[in-house]
Ligand binder design. Structure first.
Ligand code: FES
Length: 213
């Protein structure tokens, strides 16, 4: 397949699937302006520590059916983030909307499968929409006093010296740091606290398997 992107510095290249191109060139449910508060029931916003890009998601929810009936979004992200969030918005709203509990089970892998794949180094971009959706659902739970349903991303501290958390290790792996050395270069984990290194190695193996198979 002819590559869509060629890195002039390192000569690397990748190509996007037809489905990724469709959603990038004709994004579904994208908003060009922020909506007013009356237009939605819940809102979520996240930034990617991997690239600094930002994603906002707005939901309409039918409380009687506990179902998401509308999913709108805006991003300052790349082509892959646009395609992945467009696809996510379709998955959540097709067939009269998705139950909230079902929407919470969607993984970046589900989105990538519907897109017929994403280049490895773009996988973290598909996580952005997914995280913003979860933030919006949490906002809805807070707003409607369903506090026991709130899910907070587990942020376990791995290295008390450098304050590196499990989530930081996950981000590093998503960004392509697949060895202990690469993760340390990116996060400084274990420098001055080598006791944590066996746990770090285990996490690298876990997230490598999770995201790259
Ligand atoms: S969302 Fe930032 S590089 Fe894709």
């Amino acid at each position: 397949m002819k590559p869509d992107i060629i890195n002039q510095n390192i000569g690397g290249s990748w190509a996007y699937s037809a489905e990724v191109r469709n959603h990038f060139f004709s994004p579904q449910n994208l908003l060009w302006e922020n909506p007013s508060e009356a237009d939605y029931d819940a809102e979520g916003m996240v930034g990617s520590p991997a690239c600094g890009d930002v994603m906002r998601v707005w939901l309409k929810i039918d409380p009687k059916r506990d179902t998401i009936t509308d999913f709108k979004w805006r991003t300052f992200g790349c082509a892959s983030a646009i395609a992945a969030t467009s696809m996510l918005s379709v998955m959540v709203t097709e067939k009269q909307g998705m139950k909230i509990d079902e929407a919470l089970t969607i993984t970046p892998q589900d989105i990538i499968a519907r897109l017929d794949g994403l280049p490895d180094r773009k996988i973290h971009c598909s996580v952005l929409g997914d995280k913003a959706l979860r933030a919006a659902i949490n906002h809805w739970f807070k707003k409607t006093d369903q506090l026991s349903r709130i899910i907070v991303d587990g942020k376990k501290l791995i290295d008390p010296n450098t304050k590196v958390t499990e989530a930081d290790i996950e981000e590093a792996v998503l960004e392509g740091a697949l060895t202990l050395e690469a993760v340390q270069k990116r996060t400084k984990v274990g420098i001055g606290y080598p006791q944590c290194l066996p746990v770090v190695e285990e996490l690298i193996r876990f997230y490598k398997e999770k995201y790259f198979g």
